[in-house]
Write a protein that binds this ligand. Structure first.
Ligand SMILES: Nc1ncnc2c1ncn2[C@@H]1O[C@H](COP(=O)(O)OP(=O)(O)O)[C@@H](O)[C@H]1O
Ligand SMILES: [Mg+2]
Length: 218
């Protein structure tokens, strides 16, 4: 699902966010991406989502070289990937339900179907009772769960999550991981960046380790 070949990312002359990263994540895998702060985890996810381009090297997603696809095809790529990123905020002026349904609206899914699926996705993260609330009326952890519902609504081929349990208490974090496992069991490839060692140990999945931009375990 994700193939990286000798990927380098330099934001400026001094810092190498990623250096010579080569790895392969199979379709249907569930992997953790870990490493200390500044290791390059977020950068790697951003490259896969084509939010950033590598300085050198190639990345294939679903067999397509995303470093070479035309600009016009980026939205299509992104719609096939569910993302829970820290800087991907919810739309403040839309309700929780509208936020979650948004991508279905873009895809011109019938309104009734949009509502049905958005409600189901909110139910899966335990927030259906707040569907008419606005993002700022929710706690940080609740907003995080809405972002997760939004990422999963389209049954994406790939789910990328950046520290998805950072704002959550341990019980809720475990529930979210269980939800990710269910999604994975239905065929979505899952890649979760986290520095939560306990979570990683409990889950017993493949772990890809980064340190200062270099792959240290895979
Ligand atoms: N937009 C950016 N501009 C400049 N440097 C960046 C940018 N984003 C990340 N970096 C640097 O790249 C390195 C890797 O960062 P990041 O991918 O966020 O690591 P992690 O998510 O593992 O904490 C860090 O040294 C960070 O300061
Ligand atoms: Mg990060």
């Amino acid at each position: 699902m994700i193939q990286a070949f000798h990927v380098y990312k330099q934001y400026d002359r001094e810092t190498s966010a990623l250096s010579d990263v080569t790895l392969n994540i199979e379709k249907g895998d569930f992997c953790f991406l870990t490493g200390p702060s500044g290791a390059g985890k977020t950068t790697f996810l951003k490259l896969v989502f084509r939010e950033e381009l590598p300085t050198q090297g190639q990345i294939l997603v679903g067999g397509r070289n995303i470093t070479a696809i035309p600009e016009g095809q980026i939205p299509h790529l992104r719609r096939s990937i569910g993302v829970v990123f820290q800087d991907f905020k919810l739309l403040k002026r839309k309700t929780i339900l509208e936020n979650v349904a948004f991508v279905l609206k873009i895809l011109a899914v019938p309104v009734k179907e949009q509502k049905r699926r958005a409600f189901a996705a909110l139910k899966a993260v335990g927030l259906h009772h707040k569907m008419h609330a606005y993002p700022l009326q929710l706690s940080g952890g609740e907003q995080q769960r809405v972002a997760i519902a939004r990422a999963l609504i389209n049954e994406p081929m790939l789910l990328l999550a950046d520290e998805p349990t950072g704002n959550l208490d341990p019980d809720m974090a475990q529930e979210i991981m269980t939800l990710f496992q269910d999604v994975n069991a239905r065929g979505t490839t899952v890649l979760v960046a986290t520095h939560d060692r306990e979570m990683i140990q409990r889950m017993a999945k493949r772990v890809i380790g980064l340190d200062r931009g270099r792959l240290v375990s895979s």
